[in-house]
Ligand binder design. Structure first.
Ligand SMILES: Nc1ncnc2c1ncn2[C@@H]1O[C@H](COP(=O)(O)OP(=O)(O)OP(=O)(O)O)[C@@H](O)[C@H]1O
Ligand SMILES: [Mg+2]
Length: 343
């Protein structure tokens, strides 16, 4: 049973004047209870906007967001407040998301003041201590301020704050991308461990494909506000069928000397502005596999195999010539290149 379903959700941001930015364009997917869906794609493709729409931190223009059988978009303010306790978010920059003037104990305990008002100060402190312990922090740190902690410890505080109301669904928006590689591994292992123990469901937003194959069960690839491809990690990472996914993987894999790539699949040109109206396939201007009909035929997601959907009308593409040592796909393998490359 999916715990959360996103159905035909769109969002356009309007600034003062001119055409709006179509940040999310008719996006649909669901996430099963206890599952991690990764959302990947270049900067500006709409990943964070999807996460914020799901939590109703911003309002969608169209579509439905169903959480545990209820349409999030139709909740009254009081129902939404209760729902918020069960849907939480962890952000990329732990330090920026923590108030530097508050103590760690106050930061982690703050959601309880909104969601569990009946608790006494002592009960709240006990819950905070329990939570700090759960995320691998010494409860004695409750009196310290965020500035006294390392980046990894700060992110543990962010996770503790997200978990204290015992949520069931968490949006993880690039939770490790500002951390050192060794610390990234620790935080990912913590998130995985917490998922199993607390039966959490994750939307994991990331650029970093090595962490995606480590933590996620399924992957959705976004480009210009649309999902290009969605399926299991195995389908999407090992047998990518959309030109965009393939170019993205190729750009990520090629700098790594432990990965042999003979795939020369690359996109040309720049990512078009999301204010431009696209007629046919959104990838047309950059796609090495384009054919004439792609310019005018809208590309809709369609199922290639059970659970594997692709937008490209030319899919299945010929098999990519990429071979990766499977042991290196896990985060436990040798360090991955830190250099970030864009497709
Ligand atoms: N509040 C906003 N007002 C106006 N435009 C916005 C707003 N939030 C996002 N956008 C625009 O929507 C598009 C998608 O942004 P979003 O932050 O969702 O991308 P992203 O995939 O998370 O990128 P990144 O990898 O850089 O975090 C971008 O063009 C962005 O400039
Ligand atoms: Mg983002």
């Amino acid at each position: 049973m999916p715990i959360v379903q996103v159905r035909n959700v769109s969002k356009t941001f309007y600034r003062d004047r001119g055409p709006g930015v179509r940040a999310v364009n008719d996006v649909s997917f669901s996430i099963e209870e206890g599952e991690t869906l990764a959302l990947i794609g270049e900067s500006g493709s709409g990943k964070s906007t999807v996460g914020r729409l799901m939590l109703r931190l911003i309002e969608a223009d169209d579509g439905e967001i169903v959480f545990d059988g209820h349409d999030v978009r139709r909740r009254s303010p009081e129902e939404l407040r209760r729902l918020r306790a069960t849907m939480q978010v962890v952000f990329q920059e732990p330090y920026e998301s923590l108030n530097p003037r508050m103590s760690i104990g106050a930061i982690v305990g703050e959601p309880l003041e909104i969601h569990e008002r009946g608790l006494s100060g002592r009960q709240r402190a006990a819950r905070v201590a329990e939570m700090l312990d759960e995320v691998g922090l010494d409860p004695a740190l409750a009196g310290r301020r965020p500035g006294a902690l390392s980046g990894g410890q700060q992110q543990r505080v962010g996770i503790a704050r997200a978990l204290i109301t015992r949520p069931r669904f968490i949006v993880l928006d690039e939770p490790t991308s500002s951390l050192d590689l060794s610390v990234q591994g620790q935080i990912l292992r913590l998130l995985q461990d917490l998922q199993k123990r607390l039966k959490l469901t994750y939307l994991y937003i990331s650029h970093d494909l090595s962490t995606v194959s480590y933590i996620a069960h399924r992957v959705a690839v976004m480009y210009l506000g649309q999902i290009r491809e969605i399926g299991s990690v195995d389908d999407v990472v090992n047998r990518p069928q959309d030109p965009y996914t393939r170019a993205l993987l190729n750009a990520f894999l090629s700098p790594d000397p432990t990965v042999r790539t003979r795939d020369t699949y690359r996109l040309s040109g720049e990512i078009p502005s999301p204010t431009q109206v696209q007629r046919g396939c959104f990838l047309y201007s950059r796609c090495p596999s384009r054919i004439e009909p792609c310019a005018s035929t809208p590309a809709d997601l369609r199922q290639l195999d059970p659970g594997h959907e692709v937008r490209c009308i030319r899919a299945p593409l010929s098999q990519p010539l990429v071979t990766v040592n499977p042991e290196l796909r896990t985060f436990g393998g040798p360090p991955r290149p830190t250099q970030k490359q864009q497709a």
